[in-house]
Design a binder for this molecule. Structure first.
Ligand code: RIB
Ligand code: CA
Length: 308
């Protein structure tokens, strides 16, 4: 079978780097592009880091720069305390050789989806602004994508950016609301499942030995991220948010979901909260609520180990 065409919309970001290197390494995925977005870092840093990752993976996948801020609300601070000031933990900025694609992220998404109708999975692992912009630019893409797998939200598990909101949705609730209200097939891989998928610092140390280039880089940039989890959550390791979303595309059998229309709280103390909606006209989306965490981790670790 031909590999699955994939666009990752991303704010790298330590776990974004894990997801991107996984996608580059897996033979059943064809990464056709990365689109950058503000979130963990500013958008220019996200673009730079995305280029660095494509160069580390030795692929010439295009990187298109996306939105610098949310649709409506005042921008929230970047997540320097989680991912480091430059997005790769304590690692100083790396200058890529390549430059971004000339198109905006929204333009790139519309072009690629229209050129390959029914073939592309969109996987946003940052705030959903670029997807909302792409929908606005060409609403017909909703019927041309194969599916959309979102890392974001938390229907039952509570938040991580606030007690109510998951970080990607909190960064741009209005964009998430537009994306969840559109008629396209969405799977939500939120904190309801990603909080079950935890890798330890020891597993990354082993990965660095097995695969010095890719595993070694991920182990290095993750040290800061592990310390954040140690202080915030009491374990020296990390939640595998973004790689879990990418793995769910290849291995839906590892995830259990139920269909619900989902809406987003736009303002106030609960801004960014994702709720099951009673609105009957809103399309239902697949909300993941259980995961075979061991299966997801083994696929991640073995794929990166094989990448070298
Ligand atoms: O809540 C987890 C998400 O927020 C991930 O995409 C991670 O990269 C962070 O930005
Ligand atoms: Ca992310």
């Amino acid at each position: 079978m031909a590999p699955q065409k994939l666009i990752i919309d991303t704010d790298p970001g330590v776990d974004d780097a894990m997801a991107i290197l996984f996608a580059c390494a897996h033979p059943e995925l064809e990464l056709v592009g990365l689109t950058s977005i503000f979130g963990n870092v500013t958008v220019d840093v996200a673009t730079r880091n995305a280029l660095v990752l494509t160069e580390l993976a030795k692929t010439n996948v295009p990187v298109a720069e996306g939105a610098a801020g949310p649709l409506v609300q005042t921008p929230r601070p970047v997540a320097a305390e989680v991912h480091g000031a430059e997005g790769f933990g304590h690692v100083p900025p790396i200058t890529p050789v390549g430059t971004p694609d000339g198109r905006s992220a929204a333009e790139f998404i519309c072009d690629m989806v229209s050129a390959h109708p029914g073939e592309i999975v969109l996987c946003p692992i940052g705030p959903l602004t670029n997807l909302a912009d792409a929908l606005k630019r060409d609403p017909a893409i909703a019927s041309k994508v194969k599916s959309v797998t979102v890392m974001g939200g938390s229907v039952w598990a509570g938040g991580n950016a606030t007690p109510h909101a998951e970080a990607n949705i909190w960064q741009d609730p209005h964009a998430a609301e537009d994306v969840f209200a559109a008629s396209w097939p969405i799977t939500l891989v939120g904190l309801d499942v990603t909080h079950d998928v935890i890798c330890t610092n020891a597993q990354f140390a082993d990965l660095a030995k097995a695969a010095p280039t890719h595993g070694g880089f991920l182990n290095e940039i993750s040290q800061f991220y592990f310390r954040f989890h140690d202080e915030a959550n009491g374990f020296l390791g990390c939640y595998m948010h973004d790689p879990s979303a990418v793995i769910s595309i290849l291995h839906p059998e590892l995830f259990t979901s139920t269909q619900h229309p989902v809406k987003v709280v736009l303002e106030g103390e609960e801004a960014g909260r994702t709720l099951i909606s009673e609105e009957s006209r809103r399309p239902a989306i697949d909300v993941c609520h259980a995961v075979d965490a061991e299966g997801v981790k083994q696929i991640f670790l073995s794929t990166i180990a094989a990448a070298g």
